[in-house]
Design a protein around this ligand. Structure first.
Ligand SMILES: [Ca+2]
Ligand SMILES: [Ca+2]
Ligand SMILES: [Ca+2]
Length: 220
C-alpha cells in the first residue's frame, strides 16, 4: 500500500515535471555511460588522486555536466558561470586568473579532472597544498615568484569583482595600499619579489589568512 502510494505520487510528479525528470535522467545516463563505457578507470583514479569520495565525485560530475554538457569549460563559459555569482561587479578579470590556475595542463580548457584536482586542494588540501595553490594563482606569469605588479593586478580584479557599491570610488587607492602592506609583510628579504617560501612562511604567521582558511573546513 505504501509502495503503491509512493509510485502513484512519483508518477504524478513525473507528469507535472516531466521535463525536469528527463533532464536528470539523461544526466545520470550520461554519467553511467561515461563511467561504464568510456572511462571505467577514471573515477577510481580520481578517487585515489583527490580527497573526494566516489559519491562526492559523482555529485560534482553531475553539476559539472549540467553547467557544461560538452564536458569541458573554456574561458568564456568559466567567466559566464562566475559572473552569476558576482552580478554586482565585473568578475571577468578574476575569472581569467582563476581559469589559468585551474587549467593546470594549459590547454585552454578546464576538464572535469582539472576542476576536481583544484577543488580538492582548495577545499580539502593541507595548509601547504592550499598556499601552494594560492601562490600559483597569484604568480600570474607562472615564473615562480610574485611581483608587486602581479599582486596589484589580482587585487584590482578582486575589487572589480566585488563591485563599486562595496568599494566606492573614493577608495580607488585601496588595492595599491593593500598590496603595499602585503608586500611589506611577505617580501622578507626585500628583493622586490615574493618567493613560494616567503609566501608560505608569511601566510602561516598571519592570523587573518589562517582563519579564512579554517572557514573552508567548517563549511565543507
Ligand atoms: Ca586543461
Ligand atoms: Ca610571476
Ligand atoms: Ca623576496
Amino acid at each position: 500500500m505504501k509502495q503503491k502510494n509512493r509510485d502513484q505520487s512519483l508518477s504524478e510528479s513525473r507528469e507535472l515535471d516531466g521535463s525536469y525528470d528527463q533532464l536528470t535522467d539523461s544526466i545520470e545516463d550520461d554519467f553511467e555511460l561515461s563511467t561504464v563505457c568510456h572511462r571505467p578507470e577514471s573515477m577510481d583514479k580520481l578517487e585515489e588522486q583527490t580527497k573526494f569520495t566516489k559519491k562526492e565525485l559523482q555529485v560534482l560530475y553531475r553539476g559539472f555536466k549540467n553547467e557544461c554538457p560538452s564536458g569541458v569549460v573554456n574561458e568564456e563559459n568559466f567567466k559566464n558561470i562566475y559572473s552569476q555569482f558576482f552580478p554586482q561587479g565585473d568578475s571577468s578579470m578574476y575569472a581569467h586568473f582563476l581559469f589559468e590556475a585551474f587549467d593546470t595542463n594549459k590547454n585552454g580548457s578546464v576538464s572535469f579532472e582539472d576542476f576536481v584536482f583544484g577543488l580538492s586542494i582548495i577545499l580539502r588540501g593541507t595548509i601547504n597544498d592550499r598556499l601552494n595553490w594560492a601562490f600559483n594563482l597569484y604568480d600570474l606569469n607562472k615564473d615562480g615568484c610574485i611581483t608587486k605588479e602581479e599582486m596589484l593586478d589580482i587585487m584590482k580584479s578582486i575589487y572589480d569583482m566585488m563591485g563599486k557599491y562595496t568599494y566606492p570610488t573614493m577608495m580607488d587607492d585601496a588595492p595599491r595600499e593593500h598590496v603595499e602592506s602585503f608586500f611589506q609583510k611577505m617580501d622578507q628579504n626585500r628583493d622586490g619579489v615574493v618567493t613560494i617560501d616567503e609566501f608560505i612562511d608569511s601566510c602561516k604567521k598571519d592570523e587573518n589568512i589562517m582563519q579564512s582558511m579554517e572557514l573552508f573546513d567548517n563549511v565543507i
